[in-house]
Design a binder for this molecule. Structure first.
Ligand code: HPA
Length: 234
């Protein structure tokens, strides 16, 4: 047990999928894993371990934003030995060519700050995805007929941003989409020698103001879980 995770040693797999929402973790575990077992419910943050095609996997909520993700990912890596961590989440598109339901594979993530910012001093550390995971996820998504975009994203600190000029700069510099967690996941994976990737389904569009209806969010989320599982064990 750690401060935020109630699992016993050994109850968490080396491969962890990380949706932001704990109910999404439950839905994904009950839909895609064999024999899912609830291994954490501290503070309502749900984690499940089961098997997928014979491979042991944990699906654990990260919460929203980098401070929350940092708590869970630190404990998953340092206390439970997680080695491959894949964020499965939604994002807002920042380019015209990126459409609702497309999948963005984050090669890197720009930030104003991260929980790791303090250790880098004057340096702007460039966090990046694991290339083998990214390539396998791209193959898996394309095999499903889902359009993918690989490139930079923006991991924001605020959802209700009072500075729309920052979003404009991101769009101008080719950033594909905005979410709130990937950069710190990549920082932590780099620090601890783990593999990480963020697979993001486009749920809303910052330029066109379109948004996916909730039933379609579930289907897109399901595609993303399968893409992440196939990438992790390819
Ligand atoms: N901003 C930040 N995070 C998000 C968004 C957004 O527009 N959409 C989905 N996650």
């Amino acid at each position: 047990m750690t401060i935020h995770i109630g699992a016993e040693p050994g109850q968490i797999a080396e491969t962890v999928l990380l949706p932001g929402d704990p109910y999404r973790a439950r839905w994904a575990a009950e839909t895609f894993l064999e024999a899912p077992e609830l291994i954490n419910e501290v503070r309502g943050m749900l984690g499940y371990t089961g098997t997928w095609n014979g491979h042991r996997v944990t699906i654990h909520g990260s919460g929203m934003g980098m401070p929350s993700l940092s708590i869970y990912v630190n404990e998953l890596i340092r206390d439970y030995g997680a080695k491959t961590l894949i964020r499965i989440g939604s994002c807002g598109a920042m380019q015209e060519k990126v459409k609702l339901r497309d999948i963005i594979l984050a090669m890197t993530a720009t930030t104003l700050s991260t929980p790791s910012r303090g250790i880098f001093g004057d340096m702007n550390f460039a966090p990046c995805a694991d290339y083998t995971l990214l390539r396998a996820a791209d193959d898996a998504a394309r095999a499903k007929g889902v359009t993918t975009h690989a490139g930079g994203i923006y991991s924001a600190d605020v959802f209700y941003d009072e500075r729309p000029d920052l979003n404009e700069q991101m769009t101008r510099h080719g950033i594909l989409g905005v979410e709130m967690e990937a950069a710190e996941l990549y920082n932590l994976a780099a620090r601890h020698g783990c593999r990480a990737l963020a697979v993001l389904t486009v749920s809303d569009h910052l330029l066109t103001h379109e948004a996916l209806p909730s039933e379609e969010r579930e289907r897109s989320f399901g595609d993303m879980v399968e893409v992440a599982l196939e990438a992790a064990f390819s």
